[in-house]
Design a protein around this ligand. Sequence first.
Ligand code: GH3
Ligand code: MG
Ligand code: MG
Ligand code: MG
Length: 339
Amino acid sequence: MSAISPFSISKQPPLILVADDDKTMRVLLRKAMEQEGYRVVEVNDGQQCLDAYDTIKPDIVLLDAVMPVMDGFTCCRQLLKIARNNLISALASFDTDSALNNTVISKLWERTPILMITCLDDEESVNRAFEAGAMDYITKPIHWAVLRQRLRRLLQQAQVYKQLEAANQALQHIANVDGLTGLANRRRFDDYLNTQWINLAQEEAPLSLILCDIDFFKFYNDKYGHPAGDVCLQKVGQVLSHTAQKNQDLVARYGGEEFAVIMPNTHAVGAVHVAAAMQAGVRDLKILHDGSDVSEYVTLSMGVATMVPTWESSPSDLIVKADKALYQAKAEGRDRIIL
Ligand code: GH3
Ligand code: MG
Ligand code: MG
Ligand code: MG
């Protein structure tokens, strides 16, 4: 089950990673940065800069150009490579549906700004630095007021990106997650089903759908009250969510007291197996239900449908099939699974 979580921003002062082989320069830079209230970590060369970068996750890197072991240009390119690799691994862990694509795109903005500070002031070095991925360039001897302003500007920009990203993540969360149960909501269900339909039509692989409905839930509310009904929905949602095992499975709140499970690459037998585990899990909660005709506890009726998506059919065909099966489960006495 893929979870969507809101993004939080650190409240600590900005952390500056200073890479320079000249100790005197590092001391001066540290002093100037600390006067601004920033935290500072110093390293001697490009290689140490790379090592520190991943561990301390700085807000900005001040990079000298001429250093032993690894120079600033190479280091800058390597830092970009790290950012790109982070992006690729983010891509690999997510599927192609729209909500998560935004998370991946956001990784692009997570790149730490790099400011080159160097005694090289020829045109070729300036070009090399920007081509290597530096966001700004300052020559030595340092004009301290200019450095302070440029740094402030870069940090502010990075902060704005982070805040936009946090707002975007929060919106994504609200748009895709059901407030009561924390499960995917109907909108996300629709998105995911459509995306999986297209994927699996290409692969000619099966897609299963389980629709579940709590039995006699109106009577549950009548007997125990609406707040207790809400708690019951949360507990049932949790069981369904924990029971769905594959990464690709999506458990959603489909409607009021109806849940849905999308199971890509799953045959009917597998889906019925999971449905049975869910049904047993909910029964094991032993939530007393005096208003039920079928059990002393809360139970589920479930409809299961499986299709191999094609271009001629559509996701609504799968929903109709599962809904018919669910209707039959209700009609035949509830607390059962119909395929
Ligand atoms: P059946 O066995 O045929 O499914 O009977 P039922 O009573 O469960 O079905 P019905 O559709 O008549 O009633 C559904 C009930 O679910 C009515 C509604 O008040 C309740 N419900 C829907 N959403 C919520 C919710 O968010 N919280 C609570 N507490 N109840 C809800
Ligand atoms: Mg140097
Ligand atoms: Mg219902
Ligand atoms: Mg019901």
